[in-house]
Design a protein around this ligand. Structure first.
Ligand SMILES: Cc1cc2nc3c(=O)[nH]c(=O)nc-3n(C[C@H](O)[C@H](O)[C@H](O)COP(=O)(O)O)c2cc1C
Length: 206
């Protein structure tokens, strides 16, 4: 088999990591990762993103607790469907981490980055996701690991959201955690029967 270029090997090596070493990430590396995010494509070259970074253990813990509380409250409010979602969320976290012992939505990572963009930016969801993927690949290339957290969006509904100093016109699209990984999860099996070569001649047509 032909050897893969390093950039493609890096894509295959990236995993969502949910256990981290108790080791801070150098500010220079955080800067490199964010800068790689800035190189992502954006609709109409708008570059609508902003990055709100937490690196202090106490603040990460405080936000984690607030998010868990908020998610639980919101789901209980939703009634039966919410409770089912809560149970599924708990299972998700239980499956991936020692959640009952140390409930932490950020899985002990030393860096949390909330990626925001203006609420009225129609392509922001695509832009910020491409940015996040660049960041996760950059992290991997720099010897770090990461995990995207949709659950991080719930920070907007916590009573301490104001502490992030995210102005009203912005919305949180994703939280990214970054750190030196302390596990090497196996890749999930990828679905492969999802390609259609639309203009290939049908068998027997030529
Ligand atoms: C939009 C998005 C939201 C996600 N949210 C969470 C999350 O809230 N918590 C979590 O542990 N993982 C989250 N993940 C990570 C996925 O579970 C992970 O990407 C998937 O299991 C595939 O594993 P891999 O990233 O190692 O290939 C999210 C991934 C994406 C793309």
């Amino acid at each position: 088999m032909k050897t893969m270029p390093a950039a493609i090997q890096n894509i295959y090596a990236r995993r969502s990591v949910r256990q981290y070493q108790d080791r801070p990430v150098e500010r220079e590396l955080i800067e490199q990762i964010i800068d790689a995010g800035r190189m992502a494509p954006t609709a109409m070259i708008k570059q609508p993103w902003k990055f709100y970074v937490l690196t202090r253990r106490e603040s990460i813990r405080e936000f984690s607790k607030a998010i868990i509380k908020t998610l639980a409250k919101e789901m209980v409010h939703e009634g039966a469907v919410g409770i089912a979602k809560l149970a599924m969320g708990a299972l998700y976290n239980l499956y991936y981490s020692d959640f009952l012992k140390a409930p932490d939505i950020f899985y002990g990572a030393p860096v949390v980055i909330f990626i925001t963009a203006p609420k009225d930016e129609p392509w922001a969801c695509y832009d910020t996701c491409m940015c996040a993927q660049n960041m996760m690949l950059a992290a991997k290339a720099l010897g770090l690991d990461s995990c995207p957290l949709g659950a991080g969006k719930a920070v907007e509904h916590t009573p301490i959201f104001y502490k992030l100093r995210i102005p009203y016109p912005e919305q949180v699209f994703l939280a990214l955690i970054i750190g030196y990984g302390d596990e090497t999860p196996k890749a999930h099996k990828r679905i492969k029967d999802n390609v259609v070569y639309v203009d290939d001649p049908e068998p027997g047509c030529n």
